[in-house]
Write a protein that binds this ligand. Sequence first.
Ligand SMILES: [Zn+2]
Length: 383
Amino acid sequence: MNEDIQDLKNTLRKMTIRLGNPTLQYVIASEGNTSTKTSDDKKMVIKASGTTFLNPDFVVVEIKKALQLLSKEYASTEVSEKMRDMVINYKGEKPSKEVTFHAALKEYKWIVHTHAREIEGFVCSKAANDVRRRYQYIKKLEEISDGSIAWAPYANPGISLAGEVRKAYDIYIEEKGYGPEAIFLQNHGLIVGGDEPNIVEEKTGKYVSAVATLRSELSQKVPIETMKFGGLKDIDYSDKGVLSRAIIENLKEIGCENARYCDSQLLNLFVCSKRGREYILTGNITPEQIQCLGVRPTWADYSKSDKLFNNVKAALIDYRRKFDSLPKVIYIEGLGIFAIGSFDEEVGIICDMADKMVDVLMRTIPFGGPKYLTKEQEKYLAG
Ligand SMILES: [Zn+2]
């Protein structure tokens, strides 16, 4: 049977848009990707690079050409050329950079790859990085979800990740005699694959709720103060509105083209907490965090309103002297966070990602806290 590519694309589009529903918290901005393969295993429809789940574009690629990328090491210019070359009727859009793992997981006709906050809370945690505890928790998650979960150790996004993902699938099938439905990616996210689109969609939800169940069970043993980043400090600005507007004006004066105050409840709790500073300055937990927020944020300690701007300015000037650029985020203790960028869309994404990362950090706490990326991994990602 020769399926109609247009039909596959339409089904994939509808599913992708449903999975992009913000209330599900599976992806933000252009995170994640979805794909489907034709029955003859020759072609694959996959989300185009840089497009979002809510407004996705798709490209059709030749699976054979995508797999060639895994056969040997290519220089980055060659990779970019091959990404273009694998697209059938190339019109300027390339496939997602994760096209290689979609191609390598040949057993899955439909694939959904998301960066769900709930899943990241587990895969970015210390427990998930500890062999014994990971084994125990994954077993439990398989029971709760009535599913099958393979584990892929951290790898740089793109070709290296495809190698680890393939290996994870093969190890699982060798041990159990059947393939996994899901692959959890350390410090990254979730892959769910299967024969039918409605099943992979439904199972994505099932794995997310299994982690939520386990997390809430473990949370009961964690003191509430610990859950809230060590508890709240007794600090507050009574004039947050006035202060944040003044800071934005001043940020523009020192060369920040566009700045936005992000004042979600979670971010406010974070900047008023005892351990927020330590959590955010220790490092990063996912590649997207680095891509969106940069490797190093800045933190300005609490100070009296009249001294605040001078302190913020000093922190930024010091940052610029050290790193020759401005940070994408500044956390101001007791006040909130400011996104720094060039365009409205960019600062909007920075605010959303900062909020997401604080949420993920919080979700790691019942699993023993965050497992940060290593300095070498950060260096690679910072490019
Ligand atoms: Zn990803």
